[in-house]
Design a protein around this ligand. Structure first.
Ligand code: SF4
Length: 386
């Protein structure tokens, strides 16, 4: 077990304290943070404005990366997905004789926006922004305690919470991919329930948005929760202007309880009350995420019920076409049904979008890559950076 502090876990004050305790000048901390977050360099040997002796000491005392990329998929539409094993980089594992198959694994995805010249964009962004938009979809836990019946991530339950540093490092891992200069948006929609790992997620958001960190606008960070009303209120009180997405996935409690085990304990009314609190406290509109499952929750009457939930909250609704997962009994809805569902919502005055299906030729669904890696090695996988 590597006891060295993980650099992505440290804020400037903490790093300065370590560095001074090791006998180095405090300004070394600022230099290291600039290399890390501005230039995305984690190799001490490349930190050219730091003396060789100090670089060697930093390399010996700090863990610069904790993740080891074991699989890397590239889709034809530019989406890239990584399976990351935690507990030591490739070099550290080799030095310590740690086998590459030891340690929990989580997924993260880089989603580039398609070029949209002349198109209006949400959030007040310019067209230049939309052309260079690159979204990191990251995990907050390994596995998931919620166990939604249509999702691969929760199949084995929760394995472990990711640390704040491991959450931040995923953004760095994605930033280093070919064709990615910088990540512009972050969504906590990978593995795990972010609000069940509250402190680490909030610490990670601070690093992602800090001027000394990745400097991503908090308005471009989305935290998605399947529903912990008390934690939604707590998030509102933290007063970070992040977007809250409530993963509703059902228009009523009966269907929700069939799909989401935690819905036995939390009603939709409790969730929408917490969403209302979030909206009032932060002024940020709430989004409902709704995965359409053929024949389960995709009927026009379900859309009408959903509209009665969304309208009082002025919630936006993101419709997600289900990506099928081997071994699970749910199916992707027909395109006509998806568009009819959207039309019913729009007729009821709900702002709604169908999320584009990206990365369909790789294991696009949350938890799918880890699931497939556990059960078979698909021929299309690129073994990269392993
Ligand atoms: S859909 Fe989200 S909350 Fe549900 S099991 Fe999957 S990762 Fe967990």
């Amino acid at each position: 077990m590597d006891a060295r502090p993980h650099i992505f876990d440290l804020d400037p004050d903490q790093l300065r304290q370590h560095i001074q305790a090791w006998g180095l000048p405090a300004y070394r901390a600022d230099q290291v943070l600039q290399w890390l977050y501005q230039r995305h360099v984690v190799e001490p040997d490349l930190m050219a404005n730091i003396s060789k002796a100090d670089r060697d000491l930093l390399a010996a005392r700090l863990r610069f990366t904790d993740g080891h990329v074991t699989q890397h998929q590239v889709a034809t539409d530019g989406v890239q997905k990584l399976l990351v094993r935690w507990g030591g980089s490739g070099e550290d594992r080799a030095a310590e004789n740690t086998p590459p198959d030891i340690g929990p694994r989580s997924e993260c995805v880089m989603i580039p926006s398609p070029v949209r010249v002349g198109a209006a964009h949400t959030g007040g962004e310019t067209d230049r922004d939309s052309r260079s938009r690159k979204t990191a979809c990251i995990s907050s836990q390994v596995g998931c305690p919620v166990g939604c019946r249509f999702c691969a991530s929760g199949l084995g339950g929760l394995e472990v919470n990711l640390t704040a540093g491991q959450i931040v490092e995923q953004v760095w891992q994605l930033t280093r991919l070919a064709g990615v200069d910088r990540i512009t948006h972050v969504v906590f929609m990978g593995m795990g329930e972010p609000l069940a790992n509250f402190e680490n997620v909030i610490r990670a958001v601070h690093t992602l948005t800090a001027p000394w960190g990745f400097g991503i606008s908090a308005r471009r960070v989305t935290i998605s929760t399947v529903g912990l009303p008390a934690q939604i209120r707590r998030l509102a009180d933290v007063q970070l202007p992040v977007t809250l997405a409530i993963s509703l996935h059902a228009p009523n409690d009966d269907i929700r309880r069939q799909l989401i085990p935690w819905a036995q304990h939390v009603s939709i009314d409790q969730l929408t009350d917490a969403g209302q609190y979030y909206f009032q406290r932060t002024g940020r509109e709430v989004t409902f995420e709704y995965t359409l499952l053929r024949g389960v929750n995709d009927r026009p009457e379900h859309a009408r019920q959903l509209a009665t939930l969304a309208n009082p909250l002025r919630a936006n609704v993101n419709l997600i076409r289900y990506n099928e997962i081997t071994g699970l009994p749910y199916h992707r809805p027909a395109s006509d049904d998806v568009h009819q569902f959207q039309a019913v919502l729009r007729a009821a005055g709900v702002n709604t979008h169908i999320r584009a299906s990206r990365g369909r030729d790789i294991a696009a669904a949350c938890g799918q890559l880890r699931h497939e890696a556990d059960h078979a090695a698909p021929a299309a996988l690129n073994q990269a950076r392993s």
